[in-house]
Design a protein around this ligand. Sequence first.
Ligand code: ADE
Ligand code: ZN
Length: 339
Amino acid sequence: MDTISVEQFIQGIPKVELHLHIEGTFEPELMFEIAKRNNKKIEYTSVEELKKAYSFNNLQEFLDIYYAGANVLIKEQDFYDLTWAYLKKVHEQNVVHVEIFFDPQTHTDRGVNFDTVIKGIHRALVDGKKQLGISYKLIMSFLRHLDEASAFETLQHALPYKDWISAVGLDSSELGNPPSKFKRVFTKAREEGFLTVAHAGEEGPSEYIWEALDLLKVTRIDHGNRCLDDPKLVTKLADMQMPLTVCPLSNLELKVVPDLKDHPIPTMMDKNILVTVNSDDPAYFGGYMNENYLGIANALNLSKQQITTLVKNSFKASWLSDQEKEKRITQVETYFQNN
Ligand code: ADE
Ligand code: ZN
């Protein structure tokens, strides 16, 4: 029997995205288009020149460019167009469910209303469900380089939109901004009924992962690469089946790993950690979901069985209902058996 290539296998398998910053999907072409209609200046003269600037030695170098890019987003329609472009893109890649971040403070600090941001994103998500069949959850992420008071203010803005927001998260500059800095606002968010997640152990030490678990009571760790420095933590994550939302191309581009051949995903799988594959900021890191899967599949010689396990992990780690999870996991297993 003819079998399909690994590339075709990855393309066809129904996938989930659990770690994606909507501001990180801002493709240069759309950025220039929106800048023009909003009369906003971009520091670079062309799409090509902007793309040349996408070379990073660490997280902070990336964040500086990422926040600058978001400056041209002003109107509700801008946030709609950004989100809609992402959904159309991942629909082509057979992504069927997304749980995405937005960073309200990136916009409210520039004078854009919280309502403008969330209404645009939410309207696109609703259209994506209707027109593309992509189910979704939305995660509001606090910027950790800002203070906790600003996070509290942001949480206040979110309260009228509880039905649209499933969880709060924590992102931006990790080193020097430990999860403990946000303990109180995460406690309040949980009291208000939000789930919690946090970026931890991307550049920061394994202690930050412990803090995210113990103080922020997260249901997933975003990245989590540095857990491998601490055998006790590895055992804990495996025992809890605490999901890690790992981002291979992001790790490569931000020098978290020197080469995809050194990526820790196989080690994490060997240690029975519930590891998942995600794209983080695909417009900046050279690939959406399929490119992330294919990158590690090629570099690490992953089998179709291993790819299937990673996809199943994502469904397990999602916030879909148990019934929906079961249906999707059966679908993925059938796909594996037939291909
Ligand atoms: N914001 C967008 N992408 C991020 C990342 N990889 N780490 C921390 N904050 C981010
Ligand atoms: Zn991220």
